[in-house]
Design a protein around this ligand. Structure first.
Ligand SMILES: *Cc1c(COP(=O)(O)O)cnc(C)c1O
Length: 498
């Protein structure tokens, strides 16, 4: 097959009747017709429509597919809010050990002691990072942790005979926050942002009343700024009897330096696929464990992984505790995405407490270094920082001047970056910055990469000054150009007609 065809044909289009990648050896026992083994209703009427191809063709097919997308192992991926840092390969090795990878999810606790011990230890380590003592690993993503947090909030209030209706979210919040509020049956009440980028305290005071169940907050927030009024915010929220929920997506900025529990938060979620290096971005499994304070603990999902001390001197054992009468119940099948737990636990053990702290410090240093580099005149005049402050692990630029001076949108700049081999930053989020560009370099990138990125931004802006059409029609080097994203969401074609 010609290389160009290798690149474009689907695996079904390559199919040749009778071609096989694998031939089973003769069974060595008398063969029985399938009709004698399975009743009519359990058999296919026609053979499954599977592609019939050779093994090298399968390998080339998947290898080609793997190169069509941008990924972290290909290049710099400063996608703000997503923490696309390098995932150490040793974590994959550990997760693939047969004792982990082949453990059946229905295995009895008695025969899964090692896995339960790992989960129990991970709960302890995560609790330490958050400064909150009780952890549930069940939720499958940050947004799922948010839902758990609001269900816990409701259980907490209802147990006290209270029925509250509102949840506060700042206008910088990630879209999943208000979506979760609605899904949990609460009304969203937006809280404004002060000129320094933090929560507007007066607005918060005017909206915090006895009908508020919870305030959901990210700190540092999605502008990459640490809210210095956090203890005051916690006080306002607790005075009206509401819970304070920490969206932990930005934990990569503060691990080992400060703890949400110490700031006054009652419930925290972690995105193990962001902060604790589970590979993500391809829609694969993540995990969004939660940690809670003592007053929320009775309502945690069940079962909980627990450690039992033995009475006969045999050492502790681990178990799944179902007997939790006030629990909000189960959030998913089985115990969560176990492979993710293994990777995150391996990561935490390999870095240690001081290593996690260093990771956060380096993430913040890298972001501030890049932010300082982007103050270069050729860049800052078109792409100024939205908030001229020391940032945490990420920062927001505004492309509004670029649009005005050069006629280039943030989207054009983002697409042109792809031609230079860089994944674009997050664009048009947070919503309150015009033509926003949210840049998160992470701790695993070198100084040379940060400089190269700054140089390329300057180059694209210079090119835009000479001929804006170039960026307006970018990208040129990718397998597909500009996609109809709304169309893809509204009319997805997920099935190839044969
Ligand atoms: C990523 C993110 C979420 C949602 O987490 P998922 O794991 O993708 O569900 C929530 N809030 C913020 C600030 C985020 O960056």
């Amino acid at each position: 097959m010609r290389p160009a065809e290798e690149q474009t044909l689907t695996i079904y289009e390559r199919s040749q009747e009778g071609r096989r990648a694998f031939q089973a050896p003769a069974a060595g026992v008398p063969e029985t017709a399938v009709e004698d083994l399975l009743p009519d209703w359990a058999r296919r009427e026609a053979p499954a429509e599977l592609p019939e191809i050779s093994e090298p063709e399968i390998v080339r097919h998947y290898n080609n597919l793997s190169k069509k997308n941008f990924d972290l192992d290909t290049g710099f991926y400063p996608l703000g809010s997503c923490t696309m840092k390098h995932n150490p390969k040793v974590n994959e090795r550990v997760a693939a050990l047969p004792g982990h990878a082949r453990l059946h999810p229905l295995q009895d606790a008695e025969y899964a002691q090692g896995a339960l011990e790992l989960m129990w230890n991970l709960q302890g380590a995560l609790g330490e990072v958050a400064g909150l003592p009780h952890v549930s690993l069940q939720p499958s993503a940050g947004s799922h942790g948010e839902l758990a947090g609001l269900l816990l909030t409701r259980a907490y209030h209802e147990d006290r005979g209270e029925h509250r209706h509102k949840v506060l979210t700042p206008d910088t919040a990630h879209g999943t926050n208000p979506a979760t509020v609605t899904m949990a049956g609460y009304d969203v009440v937006k809280v404004g942002t002060a000129p320094d980028g933090g929560v507007d305290l007066d607005d918060l005071r005017s909206k915090a009343d006895e009908d508020v169940a919870c305030l959901m907050l990210t700190n540092p927030n999605t502008l990459g700024l640490f809210d210095e009024n956090i203890t005051e915010i916690a006080k306002i929220v607790h005075e009206v009897g509401a819970t304070l929920y920490y969206d932990g997506a930005n934990l990569n900025a503060v691990m080992g330096r400060t703890r949400p529990g110490d700031m006054g938060f009652d419930i925290v979620h972690y995105n193990l696929h962001k902060t604790f290096t589970q590979p993500h971005g391809g829609g694969g499994p993540g995990a969004g464990p939660i940690a809670v304070s003592d007053r929320i603990e009775p309502y945690l999902p069940r079962p909980q992984v627990v450690r039992r001390e033995s009475s006969n001197g045999q050492g502790p054992s681990f178990d799944l505790e179902f007997d939790r009468p006030k629990s909000i119940g189960r959030l998913r099948g089985f115990q969560g995405n176990y492979g993710v737990f293994v990777r995150s636990y391996a990561y935490i053990l390999s870095l240690g407490g001081d290593g996690l702290q260093e990771a956060s410090e380096t993430a913040v240093l890298n972001a501030n270094y890049l932010l300082a580099r982007l103050k270069d005149p050729g860049v800052a005049e078109h792409l100024p920082a939205a908030y001229d402050r020391v940032c945490m692990h990420e920062f927001v630029l505004s492309g509004a001047p670029m649009r005005k001076h050069l006629g280039l949108k943030t989207l054009d700049l983002a697409k042109r970056l792809l031609d230079h081999g860089f994944h674009p930053p997050t664009v048009y989020f947070p919503l309150l910055v015009d033509e926003a560009l949210l840049v998160e370099p992470t701790e695993t990138e070198t100084k040379e990469t940060l400089h190269a990125f700054a140089d390329v931004l300057a180059e694209i802006l210079r090119e835009g000054g000479e001929d804006p059409e170039i960026a307006r029609n970018a990208p040129y080097s990718t397998p597909v150009r500009r996609l109809d994203e709304a169309g893809a969401a509204k009319r997805p074609v997920v099935r190839q007609e044969l």
